[in-house]
Design a binder for this molecule. Structure first.
Ligand code: SAH
Length: 210
């Protein structure tokens, strides 16, 4: 019988539930996504450990608690439109798609091979996520405005302007900002006329924006 990783998944959920800072909505989204389908076959036994895992091309899938924290910070409802920069294996996008529903998540990936694999995997698992190859620094203006934008790679020189410009006033931009070991998780609440509210959500470690 194929291993559906139910026991490990339940254990991960219990672990995340003990964190008081993750919402029930996000927990259910994480519970619905088969994380083992997103990691390389040789890593499946570790798929539900709460840590990052390599996904090839020197890139990593973020730890589940980090995906959960960011999913809460973008603060989305069903029907909201979201732009993700850094598709990677597509796991994070699938969690967000659980929150906003089909056809509402757009994701830009720099490495065409990763984009292609993520696109196939997401579609096989029934997630309607639009994956584009490109430089996420430029955003995806043709589908803007977004209710929320987030980066899964660190912006050393601050959040690129096109990403903020593509997010509607009142919308959220969540990103690791900074270089090396001094990255901070930042949330901007986009204001009118460049008047944004900026929050610091602590130290993080992400791969850099290429
Ligand atoms: N959300 C992903 C995490 C991927 S790691 C997941 O769940 O697996 C970060 C990703 O950002 C990598 O796949 C990397 O190739 C991509 N990336 C780095 N620089 C980028 C850029 N300028 N534009 C788009 N994607 C980029």
């Amino acid at each position: 019988m194929e291993n559906d990783h139910e026991v490990e998944r339940r254990r991960l959920l219990e672990r995340l539930r003990r964190r008081t800072d993750v919402s029930d909505r996000t927990l259910s989204a994480i519970e619905s996504v088969p994380r083992h389908e997103f990691v390389p076959e040789g890593r499946r036994s570790a798929a539900y450990d709460d840590r990052p895992l390599p996904i090839g091309h020197d890139q990593t899938i973020s730890a589940p608690h980090m995906v959960a924290i960011m999913a809460d910070l973008i603060d989305v409802d069903h029907g909201d439109r979201v732009l993700e920069i850094g598709t990677g294996c597509g796991y994070h996008a699938a969690v967000v798609a659980e929150l906003v529903g089909p056809g509402n998540v757009y994701s830009v990936e720099y490495v065409s091979d990763l984009a292609e694999q993520a696109r196939e995997r997401l579609s096989k698992l029934g997630y309607d996520v639009e994956v584009r190859v490109g430089d996420g620094r430029e955003g995806l203006p043709e589908e803007a405005p977004y209710d929320a934008t987030y980066l899964t790679c660190a912006a050393a020189n601050g959040i690129p302007d096109p990403l903020v410009d593509g997010t509607r006033p009142g919308g959220r931009v969540v990103a690791p900002v900074g270089g090396g070991r001094s990255q901070r998780l930042v949330r901007l609440i986009v204001g009118e006329d460049g008047d944004h509210e900026r929050e610091d959500h602590g130290g993080v470690r992400f791969v850099p924006l290429q």
